[in-house]
Design a protein around this ligand. Sequence first.
Ligand SMILES: [Zn+2]
Ligand SMILES: [Zn+2]
Length: 185
Amino acid sequence: MSWTLGAIIISVPAPPNMLQKRIDDQPTISRDNIREAEGIFLQHLKRVGLKQTEQRNAILRTFLETREHLSTDELHRLVKKTDPRIGFTTVYRTLKLLAGCGLASEVAFHDGIARYEHQYNRRSHHHMVCTECGASVEFFSEKVGEIEEEIGRKHHYLTTRHTFQIYGVCEECRNRKKTNGRRIV
Ligand SMILES: [Zn+2]
Ligand SMILES: [Zn+2]
């Protein structure tokens, strides 16, 4: 059985008539980028009294090289291609550590499985998720940030973050349903 990540990665700037599914995509992440992210990670490991290991760094590199929203299981599968000795628990713990220093954030999609995406050099964005197939679209809207500020101001809160997600059924899933329906009739 093959596994898909449920969304298309567009790694070149999308032509204007094409729907862009990922925010600020860049074709590849440079060595300097990776080195800088490793530095951030190292500082965090020191803070929590842990050592930088080759396995932890390999996990970080694999994670940075993808633009997808990965479950621990999915990241583990990718990481094993580089180093088959890396275990699931190491990936799980490393993701928590990456989240602890802001290099990763957790995204909740349609199925209750925790997924992570890297936040290194990324613009803050939101997601729209298909509840049928799990495909996702990233989008950016200033309005959402404005609402946060406005509600905060109104109730004298210093707001720090928000979550906002749209759920729906993608065009492909709707078309599939239509076709299936016709066959039955
Ligand atoms: Zn769908
Ligand atoms: Zn995202």
